[in-house]
Design a protein around this ligand. Sequence first.
Ligand code: PGA
Length: 252
Amino acid sequence: MRRKIIIGNWKMNYTDTEARTFLVGLKESIDVSSIDVCVAPPFTSLKSAREILDGTGISIGAQNVFYEEAGSYTGEISADMLKDLNVEYCIVGHSERRKHFNETDNIVHRKVMTLIENNIKPIICIGEDIDIRNNGNYLEYIENELRTAIDNIDIRKVKDMIIAYEPIWAIGTGKSATSDEAESVCSELRYLVQTMYGTEVSESIRILYGGSVTSNIAEEFVHEPNIDGFLVGGASLNMDFAQIIKNTEVKK
Ligand code: PGA
């Protein structure tokens, strides 16, 4: 049985002062005994998050990493720096990074490799835009993104990775996919992992849905057999996040 996980992607929101206040409130409001929870604040609050959440069972994630180990890469952050702060997860390939920072499938793959070498679990985001969805060949597109990202990975590490199916047309729009749409893609992605790494891996790896997730969506989608939790953007910045966790956990 895969343990469900809820991940909050704060994006470029909250100063460190605001982050501290929010996290103190959050840790009082949630119970993580039967579900995994991860918050991914901006880099500037990773250390605060570590301090505040220490001993709570809530994990810390980063929103990005660079694939080089160290050196003259002004503005970048290495996996080693994240590891030193006990960062457990790192988002890669988010559509906003693909769009605004030209992150390609090959760059995503390099980042995945670097994270794995440093024992940080990648959260790999994939998903189609509205044109690709309407053209009807979206599955091929998403599968290609995933295949490139997880190609040639040490099989012992693959099951620790997290895949997040995030249709771009559903991100930040208030218009999520339907539970059938999300389940059907997540089930195809699990099948792809099976063809690449076998059944044991495909049955262990967690596949999430993301895109305008609210507590109501969580309650509705949680019954789907191939959706193991949610990657939450906007709603991770307020106390609906606690309700999303509750709604996912009780319906297990
Ligand atoms: P959203 O963002 O929940 O605000 O749609 C999801 C994401 O971008 O990860």
